[in-house]
Unconditional design. Structure first.
Length: 234
């Protein structure tokens, strides 16, 4: 009787271990598939088919009614359409095709004008590995990288083109209204704040009458900190 109980107990333990191993394998498999899907979403080069050519935005208009511009930062992997939803949550987990994607989209603050006519336009994107989406913004902590990557272009869906001249970078909490509340403050207040708090600040020709753009990404899933890069639209 004792021997049979021991055999039964050993078989039960073997089954529990086997089930635990299977569950662990499935969890690891899910994590790998999840990571692959996120990375694939952030690196879908098919989206480049909609990039405007010499100011012609017809292809961009075909992408989606929510596509408001195309953003390129020279020397980085930032080369994406800019979407704008009814709220700032809409494109957090939706790609430019309107499909669910953990990589989300690059998107303009819902309070901003889609024509980028505001004095300050705020654009968001997820922080992805290998510089995808807005992962490249982290590099603007480094002064040498900053100096070598200060230009870009914004093509608005109405055909208007802006050259981007990057002049500042900073790390700030997402609750900082002078950065994250476009209608609340004027550019004079923003520039005053950046002069005091920016990691790097090289204003050159920037003044409170300039048309500004800010690119923001999270630092980590656990933190409310954001990395923000500021440019002038010319």
């Amino acid at each position: 009787m004792l021997r049979e109980s021991i055999i039964f107990a050993n078989k039960t333990i073997d089954r529990i271990v086997a089930i635990a191993m299977i569950l662990l394998f499935l969890i690891c498999l899910y994590a790998m598939v999840d990571a692959y899907m996120i990375y694939s979403g952030a690196n879908d080069n098919s989206i480049l088919n909609y990039k405007p050519k010499t100011g012609n935005t017809d292809d961009l208009k075909k992408l989606s009614k929510d596509a408001v511009a195309w953003l390129t930062i020279d020397g980085t992997r930032i080369d994406y359409p800019v979407m704008q939803g009814k709220t700032n949550e809409e494109y957090l987990n939706k790609n430019p095709y309107g499909e669910f994607s953990l990589a989300g989209s690059i998107f303009l603050d819902s309070r901003n004008s889609k024509t980028f006519s505001d004095e300050y336009s705020l654009v968001y994107g997820h922080h992805m590995e290998y510089g995808a989406m807005f992962g490249a913004l982290d590099n603007y902590r480094d002064k040498s990288f900053f100096k070598g990557h200060k230009t870009g272009k914004l093509t608005v869906v109405d055909g208007k083109e802006y050259q981007i001249s990057i002049f500042a970078s900073c790390i700030e909490m997402a609750t900082k209204k002078v950065v994250f509340d476009p209608p609340e403050f004027d550019n004079k207040s923003r520039l005053k704040y950046l002069k005091k708090h920016a990691l790097i600040y090289e204003p050159n020709e920037v003044n409170d009458k300039s048309k500004l753009i800010a690119l923001s990404t999270c630092q980590s899933a656990e933190s409310n900190e954001r990395m923000i890069v500021f440019g002038v639209l010319k």
